[in-house]
Design a protein around this ligand. Sequence first.
Ligand SMILES: [Zn+2]
Length: 282
Amino acid sequence: MEEYNKRISEVKNLISKADYVLIGAGSGLSTAAGLEYFGESFEKNFKEFIEKYNFPDLYSASFYDFNTQEEKWAFFAKMIYLNRFNKEPLKLYQEIYSLIKEKDYFVITTNVDGQFEKAGFEKERVFETQGDYAYLQCENACHNKLYYNYDLVNEWLKNTKDCKIPSNIVPKCPVCGGNMEMNLRKDANFVQDENWYKQDKRYGEFLDKSQDKNLLLLEIGVGFNTPGIIRFPFEQMVYNNINTHLVRINKDYAFASKEIEDKTILFDEDTNKIINDLRRKE
Ligand SMILES: [Zn+2]
């Protein structure tokens, strides 16, 4: 406990002295924040679909190859809604925001649930590298435009019957007439639109300007699915820059290499508790 408190006060100190804060977030953050569709609530929310398709868990369900577009969009309407549209901002994200909002900050995330923006983070300061549930793209990636799907999702939900949507509201590409897909990176057809490149550029600019300054890397819930996007580059930055420190919060993988040990603070405790303790005035 004493040792934990010591780490907390070290991080508080790093935050207060930081000129720049770069947040790197993976799925562990949204799990900790309680995004509703995981675990037990999967069984509750997707009861009909589980009975029909024998889905063992959400992960398998999200890779299921549906026979028809009508079935596919009935399932994903629910998935997108629960991930993206149904809730008030998640408290944990809001608390993280309150912790760093006075700083010059930037967020890079592999999450596709849009929760940073919802919680108050400036859109221009959030780079979602892997897409966003709230957008559709052409399945064949025939053009690089994205389509906001809020209205569609609501229409699909309203009209779902027996795990199917009516054929006349199945989305089609306005350019090639082919099927549509969610804008999530899962193969080479992932569409990076103008905004994606803009955010990529902003991320690069943030790295450039913060490089020799007091930069704090706050990494939360980043595992080993795509470590090349956040985890490894963060370690490299700590290694290369004398004034860069890393706070790594990770229930399962709270370790780092020896070379950066003295500039890294590791937590495998509950993220909600850590963020709360960081916000507490002494
Ligand atoms: Zn197309």
